[in-house]
Ligand binder design. Sequence first.
Ligand SMILES: Cc1ncc(COP(=O)(O)O)c(C=O)c1O
Length: 304
Amino acid sequence: MPITPTSKIWMNGELVDWDKAQIHVLTHSLHYGMGVFEGIRAYETSTGPAVFRLTDHIERLFSSAKIMMMDIPFSVDEIVEATKETVRSTGLPSCYIRPIAFYGYGEMGLNTLPCSIDVAIACWPWGAYLGDDAVSKGVRMKISSWTRHNHNTMPPASKTTGNYVNSSLAKVEALKAGYDEAIMLNPQGFVSECTGENIFVSRNGVLLSPPLAAGALEGITQDSVMTIAADLGYEVRLSELARSDLYIAEEMFVCGTAAEVSAVNSVDDRSIPCPGPRTRAIADEYHKAVRGETDRYKDWCEHV
Ligand SMILES: Cc1ncc(COP(=O)(O)O)c(C=O)c1O
């Protein structure tokens, strides 16, 4: 997915030209993988661009940093405002947004305490992560041979850059085997999540999604979907899942900021009815909610 450059990137308190947003090759986080980041989307609404659940994302960024004992030298409000400023500066009606806090240049070695912390926010246009027809046709899934890291190895609650080595290994393995995306099991053998999405399956009419305790990130889309599903009258809850729950699911979808709501048509070559009626209804509602078209979810859209 090649990046489309935009005009400006916010770095440590100021907007700089896209090409000037550079760091030194001895930047600490490049070597040891300890940075924290977010993936956010801004959507075009009838009243201008709005960032979907921006404050929730920035609060999660600060939670990720707290878990890593990283003291971001800005407040939540300052980063929320800086994100809006960055989106405004590009003039884009919709975009993907990537805030990141990382240990900068100046120290080497594994003691992060003396390291300086840099913060950057970039945004650029980015289409459907799992393909334009992910809702209508669905995606093919493979259970990964890689195990999701556990809570005492790399805390899954933190969106730490280094955590994504695990996700990339699984993603590349799945793509090379001819699938679209990987499903990760946790060290206990239960379903955790995908490489960058949360999982929902319908079993006996109930929508189920693995919780943080199963090694999944507490997805903001997962939370939005649970609200939407309940408002549509579906029974929905967080639940541990075995891999066989996926094989015999009545329907299944994955969700995340990048992938939005994407239907699943098979897991390990066991076909799953796709797109199921709940998947379609939730995907439609989500599509409207992020664009500010549904009154009850308008507070989720934070205008820039
Ligand atoms: C590992 C992982 N799980 C789940 C998600 C979905 O989270 P969200 O809906 O907050 O984007 C993401 C995306 O950030 C992710 O990277």
